[in-house]
Design a binder for this molecule. Structure first.
Ligand code: M6R
Length: 362
């Protein structure tokens, strides 16, 4: 049942600290500064690959984009992230040295399954990051990494998103240690941030009353824009998807630097802009973009590292400092924002119109 919550989505948002502990438990090797993941893929293969392709849909695609921002600098390997429905393998591609990763909560998404089949048909090694043991995709790939989030009932993916990114952060650490691009000390630092995630997420959940007030204040806005750069850009996309999916409000996520290349034309005093100003997300440059929207009268809600002075924002939501994972924590604040906007509007939050929990048609 919903354990006293009005909606499964609300319950699942609040389950995130527990889900994260499950995702991390037994997977941190402190002595080695490494993740221990029991991966069956051959270490020799993982050492020599020169490209990773990630194929996924919706929220899982955003987790894939976050993973790219983690893996490329840490592992020094190029990561291509495709919407599964658009994933193509071209003749002449170096299939021997490519790992194809399907990110899929359900393991049943038709678009992702068919991307994996195309990858296999061209001889590539396939891997799934999923919540569902025994799902169709896990039976077709060479190996799987389970995110252990527990069942998710709400159509809106919440706890599975944070758990996917966490599992992919562990995988990035593992690859970096294996390939020698991350030292044991650096590995230990990343793992320490991962270990802090459940309590950082809890700190956001404890601020729900403030976020609910903001949601009530802005629930009748004309549109909502989310902006971020670097690690926060995928989170901007994810936050917009969450809000539009459950509230039916017009919401869009942009790379902060893209605003001036078009979307700025839509900004008015009726379009709140939610801006990621986290330390790990190039806040200086995003601040300049925030000034551009403020001068057009848009109310700005800044998501900022705890203690930072963001007095130029109309409102700020404090986010605990957490290195590369800080935008992931900020995302939880915007899950709550989306939930409370939709709730103000009286939407059927767990079962939005036209949507299904798992999309098994291509
Ligand atoms: O089960 P999957 O992770 O493969 O599902 C992919 C998308 O259908 C899914 O994330 C969808 O976008 C969610 N409803 C978003 O909240």
């Amino acid at each position: 049942g919903k354990a006293g919550h009005d909606h499964y989505m609300h319950k699942e948002i609040h389950e995130q600290p527990t889900a994260l502990r499950q995702a991390i438990s037994g997977r941190v090797d402190d002595l080695a500064g490494n993740a221990s993941l029991n991966i069956d893929l051959d270490d020799g293969f993982l050492q020599t690959i020169d490209e990773i392709h990630i194929a996924a849909c919706g929220t899982s695609y955003h987790a894939g984009l976050y993973a790219k921002e983690l893996i490329e600098p840490l592992v020094d390997i190029s990561v291509r992230v495709d919407l599964a429905s658009e994933y193509e393998v071209y003749d002449g591609h170096n299939t021997q040295d490519t790992l194809v990763v399907a990110v899929t909560q359900s393991g049943e998404t038709a678009d992702t399954l068919s991307a994996i089949r195309r990858a296999k048909a061209s001889g590539m090694t396939t891997f799934a990051v999923t919540n569902t043991v025994g799902s169709t995709i896990t039976r077709e790939v060479d190996d799987s990494l389970f995110i252990k989030a527990g069942p998710e009932i709400g159509v809106a993916a919440t706890k599975t998103f944070v758990s996917q990114v966490t599992a992919l952060a562990l995988f990035a650490t593992y690859l970096g240690r294996l390939r020698g691009t991350i030292s044991a000390d650096e590995g230990a630092d990343i793992l320490e941030d991962i270990r802090q995630l459940p309590s950082a997420v809890q700190a956001i959940l404890d601020e729900e009353a403030q976020i609910r007030r903001l949601a009530a204040q802005y629930s009748d806005s004309k549109a909502f824009f989310f902006i971020g750069r670097g690690l926060a850009q995928p989170v901007a996309l994810e936050s917009a998807l969450k809000l539009k999916e459950i509230s039916y409000a017009h919401a869009e996520g942009f790379a902060a630097g893209e605003l001036k290349h078009g979307p700025l034309a839509l900004v008015t005093e009726n379009t709140p802009v939610l801006a990621f100003l986290n330390q790990s997300a190039a806040p200086e440059e995003t601040r300049n973009n925030v000034k551009e929207v403020e001068s057009r009268g848009a109310p700005v809600i800044g998501l900022a590292t705890d203690g930072a002075d963001e007095s130029f924002c109309k409102h700020t939501i404090d986010i605990p400092e957490l290195g590369r994972l800080e935008p992931l924590v900020a995302n939880v604040a915007l899950q709550l924002f989306a939930y409370h906007v939709a709730n103000e509007m009286g939407r059927p939050i767990d079962k939005p119109r036209n949507l299904a929990k798992s999309v098994t048609v291509g």
